[in-house]
Design a binder for this molecule. Structure first.
Ligand SMILES: *Cc1c(COP(=O)(O)O)cnc(C)c1O
Length: 216
């Protein structure tokens, strides 16, 4: 896989208001270094231990995005350095992030995950839940968390209209809360639609690093 060329391609193809997060889960540090050498600084990882190992091995100016499902008992391992936690899908998790932010004397940027896909396995809050939570003012007590926006994953389908409609729901939610400006949606298969529907941050894995092999 020509990682360098792929990074250069995305850097020139994406509109300037869209941040490219290179999703490097399961890929070796050498491949991340290649992307880094091509100028890439934002990387997304799904597994805590893998992220901790890569953070230790790679340049310190990388902005590490945690994009997977995060268990509360593992927040402490990434709290000292994580740049943005995308998949905040429960109030309990948010409380723990706040606690670990406090311990590390930093404010941790977060996105609330919105459940838009038809699959039941995908994590996240419903639209109503998020509206209620944000209108309640309850988040103000979490002084070591800074909410920046919303993250979502569309259904795994070829039906572009369905994907578009799902992304549109995230944008509509954000329009109710315009102070939260980051919209993290769009992956290798659907980033084009995502950008048309208002994404400001795309998470691209296989189109940069090649297909993942989970069998190893
Ligand atoms: C793996 C993953 C991606 C990247 O998926 P690709 O289809 O390889 O681009 C994006 N977002 C999340 C949450 C992921 O787990």
């Amino acid at each position: 896989m020509p990682v360098k060329e792929n990074i250069q391609h995305f850097k020139s193809a994406l509109p300037s208001h869209v941040t490219l997060v290179a999703v490097s889960k399961t890929k070796p540090a050498e491949m991340l270094q290649e992307a880094y050498d091509a100028g890439q600084r934002d990387f997304g990882e799904n597994y805590v231990q893998e992220l901790v190992d890569k953070e230790a091995a790679l340049p310190k100016d990388i902005r590490w995005h945690f994009i997977g499902h995060l268990q509360s008992n593992k927040v402490k391992y990434i709290a000292p350095f994580v740049h943005l936690i995308h998949g905040v899908d429960s109030l309990n998790l948010l409380k723990e992030i706040n606690k670990q932010g406090q311990k590390n004397n930093r404010v941790i940027d977060c996105l609330l995950q919105l459940h838009i896909a038809q699959e039941e396995t995908k994590f996240g809050f419903g639209v109503e839940e998020i509206s209620t939570l944000l209108n309640s003012g309850e988040l103000r007590q979490y002084t070591h968390v800074s909410l920046k926006g919303f993250m979502a994953m569309a259904s795994n389908t070829d039906n572009e209209d369905k994907i578009r409609e799902e992304f549109r729901r995230v944008k509509q939610l954000q329009q109710q809360f315009p102070q939260y400006t980051i919209l993290s949606f769009g992956m290798s298969g659907d980033y084009g639609i995502a950008i048309e529907e208002g994404s400001t941050m795309v998470r691209i894995g296989s189109s940069i690093f090649g297909e993942r092999d989970y069998s190893k």
